[in-house]
Design a protein around this ligand. Structure first.
Ligand code: ALA
Length: 406
């Protein structure tokens, strides 16, 4: 099943179950100074959860553009190294604003996964918040999930908050066991292990509280539901690829990048990391610039600048000697324009902004990289770059710290 089919199957299923289809909001949250970027599907509904906004509907469904780089949910440094982390991704979601709660949320998710997507039940596991007997009972009694497939975890894994403040609540996650082949091989590897075997692909948050700046939790006016499923992860499972980079969301972008640089792509070779980083960061760059974020030295613009520079650094590994990112972002537009038609009109602007940023950085890149190489050659096996070198790379050559750390 192609990603485009997954998107529409999801929306259709929830529409059939009384949800209003709402468009993805911008990556720049409107009127929310507490967040750098839209990092989840619920962001555009924050005030609905808080009871400050009344809509014509109490059930909604979306596919939402998200960026998790900088801020509370930050996956930047994992990108390229795992099968599943991205700076930009699309989150499928269904939401209830004081309408249904745990029973229905669990039922919808399970029915969609097992009846519509047809995931085999014997590959699925669920988790609940440690004290949430109610959710555990619903999984077991209502959906027949065996008790030994229901795990309980604490705050870190099963309590979700959008940021340091705002709506939050206990959560219940659904995992797919990809099999022994993807295990890290450690004797401790079991459900919940951070490796690529047990893939968390869906999160149900039972929104119950508003967290204030001093950490106090105030009950929401009405309990609500916020769910999120990673489109790329569902595609990975259905298309049975090694990582999300093997899915149709990425293959064309990677294939075209390989053609452009003249290097073959092999998902198992060391160079694959650089292909993945370039593809991931090209997506984030396309959508961020498309939503009006400009590279700069502060705030959102600085996160974008870091993403662009990291992509260029990896592009160098792939053999690019001149600006290329303005071309890979155009592959992203090709790939995504059916789902996000506004990209067609924005394309010349995105390419212009990216090219200007690339040209500027390429000027200092070579010199910075030779300094970095020289210093790396001096390092022993601890591989710690002295602070003053990292600072010089930043200050003189515009290398953000995470770029030197690649
Ligand atoms: N808001 C929840 C998440 O992002 C669903 O995981």
């Amino acid at each position: 099943m192609r990603a485009s089919e997954i998107r529409s199957l999801f929306l259709k299923y929830f529409e059939k179950n009384g949800h209003t289809i709402v468009e993805s909001s911008s990556l720049v949250p409107s009127n929310d100074p507490t967040l750098l970027f839209t990092n989840a599907g619920m962001v555009q509904f924050k005030d609905c959860f808080l009871g400050k906004d009344q809509r014509a509907y109490t059930r909604a469904t979306t596919f939402q553009k998200c960026v998790r780089a900088g801020g509370k949910h930050n996956d930047l440094e994992n990108v390229g190294f795992t099968a599943r982390h991205h700076t930009f991704f699309e989150m499928l979601g269904n939401f209830s604003f004081g309408d249904y709660f745990k029973k229905e949320a669990i039922h919808f998710a399970w029915e969609f996964i097992t009846a519509e997507l047809k995931f085999p039940k014997d590959k699925l596991y669920v988790t609940v918040f440690k004290d949430d007997d109610e959710a555990a009972n619903i999984w077991h009694k209502q959906e027949d999930v065996p008790l030994d497939r229901i795990f309980r975890f604490g705050e870190k894994d099963n309590f979700w908050s959008m940021g340091d403040t705002g709506p939050c609540g206990p959560s219940s996650e659904i995992f797919f066991d990809r099999g022994e082949k993807y295990s890290c091989g450690k004797s401790t590897c079991s459900m919940g292990c951070d490796c690529d075997r047990y893939l968390e692909f869906w999160n149900l948050v039972f929104m119950q509280y508003d967290r204030s700046e001093n950490g106090n939790l105030t009950p929401l006016p009405r309990p609500a539901v916020d769910t999120g499923a990673g489109l790329d992860r569902i595609a990975l499972i259905l298309q049975q690829t090694d990582s999300s980079y093997g899915t149709d969301l990425f293959q064309m972008i990677i294939g075209q990048t390989a053609k452009l640089t003249g290097q073959a792509y092999d998902s198992k070779a060391e160079l694959a990391v650089s292909f993945h980083v370039v593809a991931d960061h090209s997506r984030a760059t396309t959508f961020l610039v498309g939503d009006g974020v400009m590279p700069s030295n502060e705030g959102r613009g600085y996160v974008l600048r870091r993403i662009i520079r990291r992509a260029i650094r990896h592009g160098k590994q792939l053999g690019f000697k001149a600006p290329f990112l303005h071309k890979t972002v155009s592959f992203v537009v090709e790939q995504m324009k059916d789902a996000y038609p506004d990209l067609i009109e924005k394309r010349p602007f995105i390419e212009r902004v990216v090219l200007a940023e690339e040209e500027q950085f390429f000027k200092t890149l070579e010199r910075g990289l030779s300094l970095l190489d020289e210093e790396m050659a001096k390092l022993d096996r601890t591989k710690t770059l002295p602070g003053e070198v990292a600072f010089k790379l930043y200050d003189t050559y515009g290398f953000p710290q995470d770029l030197s750390a690649v």
